[in-house]
Write a protein that binds this ligand. Sequence first.
Ligand code: SAM
Length: 284
Amino acid sequence: MNLEEETKFLIKKYHITANKSLGQNFLISEQVVKNIIEGAEITKEDIVIEIGPGLGTLTKELLEKAKRVIAIELDERMIAILQERFALYHNFEIIKKDVLKIDFDKLVYEQNIEKENIKIVANLPYYITTPIIMKLLEEKAPVESITIMIQKEVAQRLIELPGQKNAGAITYCVYYYCESESITVVPKSSFIPEPQVESQVIKLNIRKQPPVKLENEKLFFKLVKASFMQRRKTLLNGLSNNKIADKQTIKQLLISLDLPENVRGEDLSIEQFASLANKLNSIK
Ligand code: SAM
């Protein structure tokens, strides 16, 4: 049986109708599964936290490659299938929970996991991919990498370099925490049911050291977000409208950094944003 036949068989056997509100699109492409598993670089030393395992397509491969797989799934029907499918695997555990409510530090502690070799693999509904990435990064979850399927246009913004055309606030945030890479582009026909949009798998490798030194991380992220809130606005207007500082102060800061008054957020490198945030922090 190929993967498409196997998925259809499982759907029929367990009388599954895909739950749209849980973003259920099941992978049926062997090539994409192979690319994800190879891209995630899983070894026998690794503990994989798989988010949204669904029918267990990726789980099955992960169980062969990793030391342990801890899956987080919300849908009771999927949990029952996974428990039956992988009953003989001693390296498999499943947690029934909404991933957005998981405290990863607590999970690692409770599961008695060594912090060094934790890798996240996820194919999730698109509306929670960005929130879960930001949650993992901002809460400094003890993970080495995040390999995740994501809507193609969003993926481009996440793996873009700061200061490039497609950069947005999230580009700077992700770059601060990770070195990112594209693993594979995934056509709609790789899933049943087919999603509305094309997908891309990306890998975020968590940095050991951030690329810039910040006096106040919170202020940096607030500043970056405010700079991109209204994309066509200049940095000066974006920052003053969002009450980061008054116009006069921002003008002075721009002059001190040799930046023109009409500079826009996307024109700044991460180093320039960091200098701006550090200078602002020192006068606040
Ligand atoms: N990984 C499977 C695959 O590749 O075929 C299924 C992918 S499907 C796009 C997304 C899965 O995430 C579904 O099984 C869904 O039930 C689960 N899910 C959705 N929201 C979730 C949440 N907040 N927390 C945990 N799992 C969730």
